[in-house]
Design a protein around this ligand. Structure first.
Ligand SMILES: [Zn+2]
Ligand SMILES: [Zn+2]
Length: 291
């Protein structure tokens, strides 16, 4: 009975937090969209309702089931890094710096890791789970909530391990999480902004919209969340203008939340990987002169 009560309290608190995470940014994004679209906004909202429903179902389920597991995993990772002394940078290095500088460094370094983790998520083995994030065909700021649990796992493990290894203080890790979440929501909003010359430094909503385009010419570009600088340095920057192509992933168009959750569990979702492995096998046999 005690366990059931604790579980009920946990579910209630998780739902309340998830609700707050939607309600607080809502007036900001609503007013911004109205200022730009005026009466067209209501038609756009009507069209985006089915996709937004999927985003919210995934968000509330994540808050109850996935987020607590990620929290447990993060604590365990923190303990392991401390116990086995896996730090690459001594924490005292950060203690001598101003907290604002440390926070900025955490966001910059967090985005560097996020850029490479995102590129890894676009490889054939992780793509089926990351494809869920790309499946929103009417992308709004609520797309920031559409992530498969496997995708949440790769993000938590890789990003957090990197920040822990850097010995960053807890407050800087929290700042990085907040900035990347809210700026992440912002770049998913349906805003026709390319940022002019600032696009060379920061990721604009137009830049990330290209990342979600269904057009094959847009594949494998624009992986950063905050600093477009990383895409420019590593050769994946592509912003030909405002993105007005259709969005989404062909194999997941018009699929509900449950079908999307099952997508990375289906062997057929890894056909790209099988093809690539077969190609590598053929190349290896040819190289070794085997039949
Ligand atoms: Zn992506
Ligand atoms: Zn995205």
């Amino acid at each position: 009975m005690h366990l059931l009560n604790a579980l009920f309290d946990h579910v209630l608190e998780a739902l309340r937090n998830a609700f707050v995470a939607v309600v607080i940014p809502l007036p900001f994004f609503g007013l911004l969209a109205f200022a730009i679209k005026r009466r067209q906004l209501f038609e756009d909202i009507r069209r985006a309702i089915p996709e937004s429903r999927i985003n919210l179902i995934i968000h509330f389920t994540d808050a109850i089931v996935v987020a607590p597991l990620m929290l447990v995993l993060s604590v365990a990772m923190g303990d392991a890094f401390a116990a086995y002394d896996l730090l690459l940078v001594p924490p005292r290095l950060w203690e001598g710096l101003h907290p604002v500088a440390v926070g900025l460094a955490a966001v910059f370094l967090g985005d560097f890791m996020g850029y490479w983790r995102h590129r890894i998520e676009h490889t054939p083995f992780l793509w089926p789970s990351h494809a869920v994030h790309h499946s929103d065909t009417e992308m709004t700021w609520l797309a920031i909530f559409r992530f498969h649990p496997f995708n949440r796992l790769s993000t938590t493990v890789l990003d957090y391990a990197f920040l822990l290894a850097l010995g960053l203080p807890a407050y800087a890790v929290v700042i990085n999480g907040f900035v990347r979440h809210f700026y992440g929501a912002f770049i998913h909003a349906d805003l026709p902004w390319t940022y002019g010359p600032l696009k060379l430094v920061f990721v604009s909503p137009a830049m990330h919209r290209w990342h979600h385009s269904i057009d094959p010419a847009a594949y494998n570009a624009n992986f950063a969340t905050v600093f477009s600088l990383f895409d420019r340095v590593f050769g994946t920057f592509r912003v030909p203008g405002v993105c007005s192509t259709p969005l989404g992933v062909p194999e997941l168009v018009a699929q509900g939340a449950l079908t999307q959750m099952a997508h990375p569990l289906r062997p057929s979702s890894y056909r790209y990987l099988r093809r690539r492995l077969a190609r590598s096998g053929r190349a290896l046999r040819a190289f070794a002169n085997l039949p």
